[in-house]
Ligand binder design. Sequence first.
Ligand SMILES: NC(=O)c1ccc[n+]([C@@H]2O[C@H](COP(=O)([O-])OP(=O)(O)OC[C@H]3O[C@@H](n4cnc5c(N)ncnc54)[C@H](O)[C@@H]3O)[C@@H](O)[C@H]2O)c1
Length: 473
Amino acid sequence: MLYSIDCWMTTNKLLMREGLDTNWDSIPLKGGTSMRLTLVGTGYVGLVAAVCFAKLGHDVIAVDREPVIRGLLENKSKVWEPHLEPELADVMAKGRLRFETSIVKSAADADSLMIAVGTPTRPDGQTELGHIHEVLAQLMQSGTCPPLVIIKSTVPVGTCDELEASLLAAGLHTEVAFNPEFLRQGSALHDFTAPDRIVLGCKTSQAETMLRELYEGIEAPIHVCDRRSAELIKYASNAFLAMKISFANMMSDVCEGYGADIRHVMNGVGADRRIGPEFLSAGVGYGGSCFSKDLQALLTTGKLIGSKLPLLEATAKVNDQRIPRMIAKLISLWGNPLGKRLCVLGIAFKPNTNDVRDAPFLTLLAQCERHGIEVQAFDPVVAHVGAKAVKVMDSPYTAAAKADAVLIMTEWPQFAELDWPYLLHLMRQPLVLDGRNLLPDSMISQIVAVDDAVYVPVGRPMECSTSVREERP
Ligand SMILES: NC(=O)c1ccc[n+]([C@@H]2O[C@H](COP(=O)([O-])OP(=O)(O)OC[C@H]3O[C@@H](n4cnc5c(N)ncnc54)[C@H](O)[C@@H]3O)[C@@H](O)[C@H]2O)c1
């Protein structure tokens, strides 16, 4: 069966295949407007938050730079999230969410202003707060600011105190609260409306009351604390999740050395309620815009007070070794990598998102280029990568044509349903590296039934077709 990208991108089909969120109930629209909220930043966090707050009954104005707002109005948002498009259309049609480019104009009558702009890492390891400062500078210049500014962006400990002090120095008596976001891209709407917890870092009971009003309608435990603790909760949470992934990856190397199976090991470990089963999958490592960035920010935070935070250093180091280890495996199977063609399935850093920021794929691509390996890639929702060293194809089968190996980089569930014997038949060499341990045993049996086929998982013994096995001593 051949798939065109349009076919793969047909949202409903995609959701049915991925088995995720298919029972998504549209968020019920609450009656009456309870708060006028201006939200700056319409990226992966801001756009989802804007839609969800509008659904919760608030009157929301979302602000971003002109080209971003134009893109949104022309239905060409850079953000792809399951269910986002219809929910966005719904709140816009009902007049609950509007888009603007002027922060000052949008904030003039707002009860509160939420900031969800990017906070990337600077080359010196510090967090770039320039986008947040830019927003506040406009308000300071105008001489007006809503009574409550809510920082949604992830910021280093002490930032809210500093921002509030600078507003005060400009004569603006505004409280700055911190309300971290824990959504996962790929299930962002679900996570936003059914979070494990809502953290409110604030100074006064008035701010707490306003924040509680904002989230009214969402059933979740609410943790209220001081701003500095809230700022650290966000970093510590991401660092801990990254640490779990690196722990699983470290153990997968031990499993490979001793012929054990990382899936069994981590199932056994994760069954302990004190540990929990999430984020214990071995693979090509974590990516995305948050984990590496937040780990780095926390490391820098520690350094500023003379603390080294060695667990975090080790977490990053283990993660950094995942792609070189995968390339080393490939080269040991190929011999000379020069001129080989690699088919990569999955470009985004995780399934159900089109986000390629800090994706392991990009690290892989750079290393393939260095070794002279040609890359053909396919992703269900990423049709373009700003790099010359890859050809992005419109189906997994065209990406596999004449390839010397196929590598599963992103655990899109539909990759497990491909016609693998046919895909191997299109390749020059039937070598499958399952970088996410995605394929079920039934599919692996079909793969190794193909002549000369080799299936290489992570953290467990590889499987070969009978003909290859016979050649081995
Ligand atoms: N992406 C996630 O999964 C996630 C999860 C939790 C927290 N966070 C944090 O949330 C923040 C935002 O992340 P994101 O992934 O949504 O970022 P993003 O890059 O997707 O979006 C940021 C948006 O802010 C806009 N922006 C920047 N400066 C602006 C300005 N001065 N005026 C108007 N608009 C401006 C940009 O144009 C962009 O559209 C970051 O601090 C991130 O660490 C992200």
